[in-house]
Design a protein around this ligand. Sequence first.
Ligand code: ZN
Length: 315
Amino acid sequence: MTKEHLYGPYGATDVETALSVGKCGANALWFHGFNPSGFEAAEQAGIYPCVEFKTFRADFEKRPELIPTGADGRPIRYGRLVQGVCLSRSEFVEERLADLAEGMASFRPHGVWLDYLTYAGWFETPDPDLQESCFCPACVEEFCSTERIDATTPDEILSKHGVVWTDHKCRRIDALGRRFAETIRSASSDCIVGIYMCPWTPEEFDGALRRVFAQDYRLLSRWSDVMTPLMYAQKSGRPSRWSRTFMEATPEFVPAGVPVLPILDVLDFPESLIALAASPVEPAGFQLFAGAAAFKDADGRRQIERAIARLEKKT
Ligand SMILES: [Zn+2]
């Protein structure tokens, strides 16, 4: 990744927000998908356009065939918010890759952040409903043939081959993620590839980072440029200093030299940003989810400017 740190709001594509970004020393605008307005606003403001790209998330009402299967053999439980799909639905994976290729052929983003590059669940909540998946016949067959394991039921897989099952899921996410990265880089070799990460340490929730979501920092950082944990403190029932305590823990599980650039939530602003800027383990910048209002507000800009100055002084 470029040595330059990146700072900016996520979720706005208007010129006014883009212009406010540069006023406080920030330099990037993150927005959903290949949105022409976002590229235009970033260009007008002279800042970097960065795309959040949806990988494994779909409307299950419209695409019920994508719902993963739980250990009880039934479709997984899910609420209003859920990510992850049955990865044996290769037609869906190819659709997402084709969308990405089309976007890259039409625009020149500074970076693309892969979102929902996980197995199924939802982690932006204090009480996550964590469930292992996917035990559909195709996914079980794929596991057994790849790992040369003879198991037929979810119980047998989880009780006798749980470690291999988790490792296998992580490798599957890793291999698919690489295809997204290759699609980005074949269109634009210097485009930054980021990954939005479940914001938990490897131990929390009984190892759910790998066991449920199948995100393995060691594997994913081999082909990506920057890791972006979603540090939404209030939504996750955590204190606003979580951004700092998480950064301080990263040397234990993020390989040395891999940039970590958290996304903070404007609901936790400015406390979580102040905490992040004071972290002795330095982030590679930050995104501020729904942060347009903070950037457009003079007091907000002062807080952001101060945080950026503090982070830049450390480099
Ligand atoms: Zn499946």
